[in-house]
Design a protein around this ligand. Structure first.
Ligand code: PAF
Length: 283
C-alpha cells in the first residue's frame, strides 16, 4: 500500500491504472469505513482512500480541532482490507490559499435536516469532494467510482445530485451502514461517548425504528399523523436526556415530506451529552 501526501504524488501513483475507486474519509477509521473500502475493492483496478479532516464542513463551534487524527492506525487498518493507495494531504496541500470557489448545493436539498442544523455543512462537503474527485480521477481513462456510506444518507444524496448536475463521469456507490452488536450505527463520533452514554446511544436507532413502524401503520393517514408521530418520537428521546435535532420520515426520492405510497426513509439526529449522533433506516 502506498501512502502519498501531495496531489502530484497521488496522480503519479494512479497513472498506471485505468479505473480508480475512491473512498473519501476524514480518518479515525472504524469498521464502517473499512466496509466502504471492501465495497470499493471489486469496482475498479485500484482502490484509493483519502484521509483528510475538512475544515470547510465544520462550523466554528464544532469539533474540527479535536477531531481525532489517527493516520498511522488508519493506514494499518486500510492495509488489512487491501487498500492500494492512501491520500493523506495536509491542509496546506488541499487549501494552499483560502478556498474562494465553492460548490453550493441547492437549498431544497442541502438546507433541510443536517443542513438546517449545520449551516454550510454541505457546501463544505461538496467543495472538498469535488476537489478530491479532481485529485483522484484526473488520470483515469476507464470508469471512475466513489463510495459513500448510507449512514450519511443526505450527504450521499447531495453528492449524487452534484455528480448528476455537473455531468461528472463518476459512478457513486452506496455502502450499507455497519452496526455494533446492539444496533448502534458505527461512527467516528461514537468514540466521544462515555461508558454510560455508549449504553444509551442505541436508543436513537430504536426510536427511529419505532417511528418507522408507526409511520407504516398510519398508511393512508400518513400526512395527517406524521407531525404528531415525529413530535412523540422526539419527546421520547428528550425524556431520556437527549437533545434531538430531528426525527422525521421523508420520501426517499428527495427527502421532502412524504405522501402515502412514497418509498420512505426515517432519519434522525440527536445530541447525547456533547456527542451528536445521526442514523437512518429505509422503511
Ligand atoms: O463523510 C465524511 O467523512 C466526509 O463528509 C467526507 C465525505 C469525507 C468529506 O469530507
Amino acid at each position: 500500500m502506498k501512502l502519498v501526501h501531495t496531489i502530484d504524488d497521488l496522480r503519479a501513483a494512479l497513472r498506471p491504472y485505468h479505473s480508480p475507486a475512491l473512498v473519501p474519509t476524514m480518518g479515525n477509521l472504524h469498521d464502517g469505513h473499512l466496509e466502504l473500502v471492501r465495497t470499493a475493492k471489486p469496482l475498479g483496478d485500484v482502490t484509493v482512500t483519502s484521509v483528510f479532516v475538512n475544515r470547510l464542513q465544520f462550523a466554528p463551534h464544532e469539533d474540527f480541532d479535536t477531531y481525532p487524527r489517527t493516520l498511522e492506525a488508519d493506514c494499518r487498518k486500510l492495509e488489512s482490507v487491501g487498500c492500494d493507495v492512501v491520500f493523506a494531504p495536509s491542509e496546506k496541500e488541499m487549501y494552499p490559499e483560502p478556498q474562494g470557489f465553492k460548490v453550493t448545493p441547492p437549498t431544497e436539498l442541502a438546507d433541510i435536516l443536517e443542513g438546517h442544523f449545520r449551516p454550510g455543512f454541505f457546501t463544505g462537503v461538496c467543495t472538498v469532494v469535488m476537489k478530491l474527485f479532481q485529485c483522484a480521477f484526473s488520470e483515469a481513462k476507464g470508469e471512475r467510482f466513489a463510495v459513500f456510506g448510507k449512514k450519511d444518507y443526505q450527504q450521499q444524496m447531495v453528492i449524487r445530485n452534484m455528480v448528476k448536475q455537473f455531468a461528472l463521469p463518476i459512478t457513486i456507490v452506496g455502502s450499507e451502514t455497519q452496526r455494533a452488536p446492539d444496533g448502534l450505527a458505527l461512527s467516528s463520533r461514537n468514540g466521544y461517548l462515555s461508558e454510560a452514554e455508549r449504553a444509551e446511544a442505541v436508543q436513537l436507532s430504536l426510536a427511529l425504528r419505532a417511528l418507522g413502524r408507526d409511520a407504516l401503520a398510519a398508511a393512508d393517514g400518513l400526512e395527517r399523523h406524521l407531525p404528531e408521530l415525529e413530535r412523540r418520537a422526539m419527546e421520547g428521546l428528550a425524556a431520556r436526556g437527549w437533545q434531538p435535532d430531528y426525527l422525521t420520515v421523508r420520501r426517499r426520492a428527495d427527502l421532502q415530506a412524504p405522501k402515502a405510497g412514497d418509498p420512505l426513509v426515517v432519519l434522525g439526529a440527536a445530541r447525547l451529552g456533547k456527542t451528536r449522533l445521526i442514523d437512518n433506516f429505509e422503511i
